[in-house]
Design a protein around this ligand. Structure first.
Ligand code: CTP
Ligand code: MN
Ligand code: MN
Length: 501
C-alpha cells in the first residue's frame, strides 16, 4: 500500500521529561542529543563539573541512564568492563546509543555543539560480530545507520525479518511507534548481512538488536517460529487490518475504523450503507484483483516505454528515470515509480501535465490523482520529518495491454482479458532538485530514514527530497548527482541496488 509505506511518522519522539534533571535556567540548544556521563573512573565531583559545563552550553545531560539517552560518555578506557556494566542496566535501546570516549565530549565542548562522531571517539564493544562457525577474522563492525550498510535484495535472514515485519506492522497499527521502529531497524540490520544467523552468539556486536528482538530470534532459532508472531497472524484484528489496508486508498486509520464498526470482509464494507468510499478507494476496490498482484520488471519497463513516448511528443530533451523498488533491482513491486522532468527549470510541471493528458487521449487512465507543485525555495529547509515532498506528482492506475509487455502480463491463467490495471507514481522535480528527488524516491523507506537521521545527528544537516542544508555553515549544499549528496554527508557512495535496507 502506498499509504502504509509512506505516511507513518515513525521517529522516536524525544520525551520532554527531563525537567527534574536538566537545570532549567540553561537554554536547551540541542534537543536531539541527550548525554549521560559515566561516573566510574570520572569520579562524582568531576562528573558534576562536566555536567554543569555541558548544560551551560545548551546540552541536555541526564543524571540517570535510560533508554532516552543518545550519547554515553565515559573516561573508562576499559571497553570490556564498561560494556559489561552497560549491558547489565536492562536497557532496550542500548544498541542505538553512541558509547563514546571523553574526547568526543571535549571536542563538543570546544565546538559549542555536538561534534560529529568519528571512529576515534567510539568505545566499541569488545565482542565483535562473527558469523557462526566462521574461523575467519571478526567481520567489520556493522553501522547502526542503514546508509552505512550495503543491502542487496538477497535477504539471508528472511525467517527473522518476516516475523519482525509482522510485529512492526502490528505495533504501527496500535500506534506504538517506537516499538514499531525498533523491529524495523532490527530487520534492516539483518537484511544487510551476507550470512544467515544460525545462533544467537553470531549476533554479538550487531547494532539495533535489543532484548525484545533477540527474544523473538531465539524462539525462531529454537522452534522455527515465534509464538507471539503466530498469535498475531491468527488474530482476527491483524487479518482484517491486513486485508483492509491492502486496498489502494485505505490507510491504517480507515481500516481500524471499519474494524471497530464490526466489518470483517470486503462484502461487509460494500454492503454497509454508512460507508462512503472516496474516489481512490472506489478505484482500489474496482481494480483490486489486478493491483493487489505484484508488478513485474517487464511491466515496469513497458510503462517506461509508454511514458517515454508521451514525454517525447512534447519535448526532445525530456528526462525520465525509473526510481522506487525497481531501481533498487527488485524483481517485483507493488507499483512503478518514475521521475519525469526536463532540463529547463520551471517547465517540468508542464511536461507532467502533458504526459497525463497524453495518457487520457490514449484511453488508458483508470484513476488519476494529480497534485500540483507546492514547491518554493522559501519553504526550505523542511523541518518536518517523513513529510511528503512539494513536487508536482501524480498517482495513477493505468490500463496496460499485454501486447506492450515483453513476455506478456502476469495474470491468472484463466484470465485472458489481454490487459491489466497497474499502479504508477510520477513525480516532477525541477532539474536543480533532481538528485535529491531521485535519492528520496529510490528509497528504500528505511534507507531514506537513516540517511536523514545520519545527516541530522552526525552532521548537523537537514536532508529531504528537495535539498541538503548545513546548519553549521547555514547554507544549502548543491548537488547534481546522488554521489554529490553522499560526498557532502561524508558517506561512501551506496549504489541503488545496495539500498534495500
Ligand atoms: N516516496 C516519497 N514521497 C512520496 C512517495 C514516495 O519520497 N510522496 C518515496 C518513498 O519513501 C520510497 C519511494 O518513494 O522510498 C518509493 O515508494 P514506494 O513505491 O511506496 O515503495 P518501493 O520502495 O518502490 O516499494 P514497492 O516495490 O513495493 O513499490
Ligand atoms: Mn514503488
Ligand atoms: Mn510508489
Amino acid at each position: 500500500m502506498f499509504h502504509a509505506a509512506v505516511v507513518p511518522c515513525l521517529r522516536k519522539k524525544t520525551k520532554p521529561k527531563a525537567a527534574s534533571v536538566t537545570v532549567a535556567r540553561h537554554e536547551v540548544k540541542f534537543k536531539e542529543v541527550r548525554l549521560f556521563l559515566v561516573e566510574k573512573k570520572m569520579g562524582s565531583s568531576r562528573r558534576r563539573f562536566l555536567t554543569q559545563l555541558a548544560r551551560s552550553k545548551g546540552f541536555i545531560v541526564d543524571d540517570i541512564l535510560s533508554d532516552d539517552i543518545t550519547h554515553v560518555v565515559s573516561e573508562d578506557s576499559g571497553a570490556a568492563s564498561l560494556w559489561a556494566w552497560l549491558k547489565g542496566r536492562g536497557l532496550n535501546n542500548l544498541s542505538n546509543m553512541q558509547v563514546l570516549h571523553i574526547s568526543w565530549f571535549t571536542d563538543s565542548m570546544r565546538a559549542g555543539r555536538p561534534a560529529a562522531v568519528e571512529s576515534r571517539h567510539l568505545i566499541q564493544d569488545a565482542l565483535p560480530a562473527v558469523p557462526q562457525g566462521s574461523t575467519l577474522a571478526p567481520v567489520a563492525a556493522v553501522s547502526q545507520y542503514a546508509c552505512q550498510r550495503r543491502t542487496s535484495t538477497d535477504n539471508k535472514n528472511k525467517i527473522f525479518t518476516d516475523a519482525f515485519e509482522v510485529l512492526a506492522e502490528n505495533y504501527e497499527w496500535s500506534q506504538l511507534k517506537s516499538s514499531c521502529l525498533t523491529f524495523r531497524r532490527a530487520a534492516s540490520v539483518l537484511k544487510s548481512l551476507s550470512w544467515a544467523v544460525k545462533c544467537m552468539a553470531a549476533t554479538q556486536g550487531l547494532p539495533c538488536l535489543g532484548e525484545p528482538t533477540k527474544a523473538v530470534m531465539e524462539e525462531i532459532l529454537q522452534s522455527g517460529h515465534s509464538f507471539q508472531v503466530q498469535k498475531i497472524l491468527s488474530s482476527e484484528r491483524y487479518q482484517t487490518l491486513k486485508l483492509f489496508t491492502s486496498v489502494f486508498g485505505v490507510g491504517p486509520k480507515t481500516a481500524e475504523r471499519w474494524y471497530r464498526m464490526g466489518l470483517r470482509s470486503f462484502s461487509d464494507i460494500l454492503a454497509e450503507p454508512g460507508i462512503q468510499l472516496n474516489r481512490m478507494q472506489q478505484s482500489g476496490f474496482l481494480h483490486y484483483g489486478d493491483i493487489s498482484r505484484a508488478v513485474t520488471k517487464a511491466e515496469a519497463r513497458a510503462l517506461g516505454n509508454i511514458i517515454d513516448k508521451a514525454v517525447h511528443l512534447i519535448t526532445s530533451d525530456g528526462i525520465i528515470a525509473l526510481t522506487g523498488g525497481f531501481r533498487r533491482g527488485k524483481e517485483i513491486g507493488h507499483d512503478v515509480d518514475y521521475i519525469v522532468t526536463t532540463p529547463e527549470v520551471g517547465k517540468e510541471e508542464c511536461v507532467l501535465i502533458h504526459v497525463i493528458d497524453c495518457f487520457k487521449k490514449q484511453g488508458i487512465v483508470l484513476y488519476c490523482d494529480y497534485q500540483p507543485s507546492t514547491f518554493h525555495i522559501s519553504k526550505l529547509p523542511c523541518q518536518k520529518y517523513d513529510a511528503m515532498d512539494y513536487f508536482a506528482k501524480c498517482f495513477l492506475i493505468l490500463r496496460l495491454e499485454a501486447s506492450q509487455v515483453d513476455g506478456g502480463l502476469s495474470c491468472d491463467e484463466d484470465d485472458n482479458r489481454g490487459w491489466k490495471a497497474v499502479r504508477l507514481d510520477l513525480v516532477s522535480p525541477p532539474m536543480d532538485r533532481y538528485a535529491f528527488a531521485l535519492l528520496g524516491w529510490t528509497g528504500s523507506t528505511q534507507f531514506d530514514r537513516d540517511l536523514r537521521r545520519f545527516a541530522r545527528l552526525e552532521k548537523r544537516m537537514i536532508l529531504d527530497n528537495h535539498a541538503l542544508y548545513d546548519k553549521t555553515k547555514r547554507e544549502f549544499l548543491a548537488a547534481t548527482t546522488e554521489e554529490d549528496i553522499f560526498a557532502h554527508l561524508g558517506l561512501e557512495y551506496i549504489e541503488p541496488w545496495q539500498r534495500n535496507a
